[in-house]
Design a protein around this ligand. Structure first.
Ligand SMILES: Nc1ncnc2c1ncn2[C@@H]1O[C@H](COP(=O)(O)OP(=O)(O)OP(=O)(O)O)[C@@H](O)[C@H]1O
Ligand SMILES: [Mg+2]
Length: 239
């Protein structure tokens, strides 16, 4: 086993002072696929933003044995690809091609390599036809797929997804789940989609009020109805 991410006692507050993450310890091994679940506002997105240094408050996060700091952000971001919850935070170019090519160009790929990387990434998300479209005029589900392609085009070792299946139609959702199954990278996926977790993740972490309340095999977590209910992850009976 090779530890690829280590979080050592991470606590975090946004500038308004409220504590959003509290004493997080986490060790991710290479090739794991981990589901990160928990109710709205639990801190999932905030935790993911720490994995490639978008949020950096302390030296608590290590990727491939290196503490994330301002001097190695480029190196980190070539290895950790993060897909935001909201695709509008990820897409900023006039065309889909430019957005998906942005990472490869930044990493110094040759022209041919950039073209190949873009074609391949768009094919993986089923959006080959969209190369010349404006990302701003796409539907939310289409934008989500393009946002995923912008990260796949860099072929990172670690893929971090925030709600990848929200707003996708059922066919798009399952084709994405199948795509994820084929990707060899280590994956951390924050989601409310428990079917995705069941289909993809061997390990599941429940976050609630900024704390890890469970970290176990997905089989154990998803079969513990009381645990799911306590954390807003299953329906309560309506009295
Ligand atoms: N930029 C910000 N400034 C201040 N507070 C924030 C900011 N972003 C998020 N928060 C707060 O931090 C807490 C955790 O938010 P976060 O987005 O990490 O939750 P989440 O688990 O991803 O929720 P969801 O399931 O709704 O996506 C929430 O209470 C939220 O209001
Ligand atoms: Mg979120």
């Amino acid at each position: 086993m090779e530890e690829i991410i280590r979080i050592n006692n991470l606590s975090f507050s946004y500038p308004d002072g409220r504590k959003v993450l509290e004493n997080i310890f986490l060790s991710v091994q290479r090739n794991e696929t981990i589901g990160l679940i928990g109710p709205n506002g639990a801190g999932k997105s905030t935790l993911l933003l720490h994995l490639n240094g978008i949020l950096r408050t302390s030296a608590a996060v290590q990727v491939l044995g290196k503490e994330i700091n301002k001097n190695n952000l480029r190196w980190i971001r070539a290895r950790v690809g993060l897909v935001f919850q909201n695709p509008d935070d990820q897409l900023f170019s006039p065309t889909v091609f430019d957005d998906v090519a942005f990472g490869p160009i930044n990493m110094g790929y040759s022209r041919t390599e950039v073209f190949q990387a873009v074609k391949h990434a768009l094919k993986e998300v089923g959006m080959e036809e969209f190369e010349q479209r404006s990302p701003h005029h796409l539907s939310l589900g289409e934008k989500k797929r393009i946002a995923i392609a912008t990260v796949l085009s860099m072929n990172p070792e670690i893929l971090v997804f925030d709600e990848p299946t929200s707003n996708l139609d059922p066919r798009g959702r399952w084709s994405l789940i199948r795509l994820f199954q084929k990707l060899s990278a280590t994956k951390v996926i924050a989601t409310h989609d428990l079917e995705l977790v069941q289909a993809l993740c061997q390990r599941t972490i429940i976050l609630n009020h900024g704390q890890i309340v469970a970290d176990d095999t997905t089989t154990k977590i998803l079969s513990d109805m009381q645990l799911l209910k306590n954390n807003g992850l299953a329906f309560e009976e309506i009295p």
